[in-house]
Design a protein around this ligand. Sequence first.
Ligand code: NI
Length: 247
Amino acid sequence: MQLHDLTWPDVEDYLQRSDGLMIPIGSTEQHGPSGVIGTDAMVAKAIARETGVRSDLLVGPLLSIGVAEHHMAFPGTLSLRPSTLIALLQDYLHSLAQHGFRQFFFINGHGGNIATLKAAFSEIQTGERERGGQRPLRCTLVNWYEVAEVVRLRKQYYGDQEGRHATPSEIAVIQYLRPDLIRKQPLPPPGPLQSEVQGAADFRAKYPDGRMGSWPDLATPAQGQVLFDAAVRGLAQQVPTFFSEGG
Ligand code: NI
């Protein structure tokens, strides 16, 4: 069930039985020469949508732009500064809180968002306390690629060639979701991981084609389907558990 597909009386009815909402968040950023710019956003949105169907819980609108400063030396990337994303999240969640939503489960597709999401949760909870909210807002995030069964599959399928960015696992999920976007462009095996990246120009100098130690050529749509199902299965357990703990 998606918020965009409901009417306001539908939302009022939903709030009678749950005060929880799932929110997908991704990024709009380069994913190497064979991965599309919308990878993180499309994967998070699809996984959240299917988790919502299986758990009969509501999914809010996708946040499709995240913190992607490291990727800004590659065209097509968009990046919010952390303070912008925090401000956006404050307005998003406080709007929902006004209607009675109290619990928010973020399904995240991009590692660069994690620190900012956690800072935003703290800002939002402080703001709610200061405005005299009766019950605290509960916020959590899970990275779909860190669901236990997904972690096991990523190791099994790709080993060290999973790498850290433009990974075969996320490319495989896109191949499953959007076969029309499959690029047959062969890439060489990945180069080694480098020392810590300091900003956009340094990223491009260290990883000239945008990958970080990954070999997306290993991805197949069939693996993508297995990874997608594993993520949804794990989340369809975790999300209701989180909401029931605060209910
Ligand atoms: Ni990604």
